[in-house]
Unconditional design. Structure first.
Length: 218
């Protein structure tokens, strides 16, 4: 699948190294199943990372620094993606998400948290420190302007929204941190369904949005 918005290099490397917690791992794995570009980058990071460790021997690991590894990934020809690196999408729920939701987005049980917004919390291992949930946002709705208390990944599963970074459609992912503020607006006549992993609660700018935040849980 050809997409416009991808994971940051740092997130890709953390995923390839197994350093993300459960919520972020689920979202990244789901995006990677939908995205040819990021799937290729992850495979290259895994292969090159293993090679770097073999080459380093007992020396210090600075040769395997993030910058060094990502430079080697960028140098790889785009047509060298391994044959085994195939998409894992059939139907409307990508394979990494099926065990959490089942195969049909239409079967998700939603809870209304605000006019035009519904939420579904995905259960995780009790040791996870991050939140994992889905949002169902009505067509034409503008999410209140907000920032983030830490890292946040938002993957579009259905529909689309537009913000200052462009239009995000099915498969696109917003890889954001605490320095970003934006106001997504759902496009067209279809609801936008997103999979979200967050480190900390959203920072809404408006008074009433902040007042209602404990009720919405986002």
């Amino acid at each position: 699948m050809s997409l416009d918005h991808h994971l940051d290099d740092a997130t890709l490397l953390q995923y390839a190294c197994g350093n993300l917690d459960e919520a972020f791992t689920v979202v990244v794995a789901t995006h990677v199943a939908m995205c040819d570009t990021c799937r290729h980058a992850v495979r290259q990071a895994e292969e090159l990372g293993g090679g770097v460790l073999e080459d380093a021997g007992t020396a210090e690991l600075e040769v395997g620094s993030f910058e060094h590894l990502m430079l080697r990934i960028d140098d790889q020809p785009a047509d060298t993606a391994p044959a085994a690196c195939v998409a894992q999408v059939s139907g409307d729920v990508p394979a990494p998400l099926v065990r959490h939701l089942g195969p049909d987005l239409g079967a998700v049980r939603w809870r209304s948290i605000a006019p035009g917004v519904r939420k579904h919390v995905i259960k995780q291992n009790s040791a996870s420190k991050s939140s994992l949930y889905m949002l169902h946002i009505a067509p034409g709705m503008a999410v209140p302007e907000h920032g983030h208390g830490g890292s946040e990944l938002t993957l579009i599963l259905s529909g689309s929204y537009t913000d200052v970074f462009g239009t995000f459609r099915r498969g696109d992912i917003a890889d954001l941190d605490e320095h970003v503020e934006h106001q997504p607006i759902v496009d067209g006549d279809l609801p936008c369904i997103c999979l979200v992993a967050t480190e900390a609660p959203t920072r809404f700018k408006g008074f009433f949005s902040r007042l209602l935040q404990p009720l919405t849980g986002i």
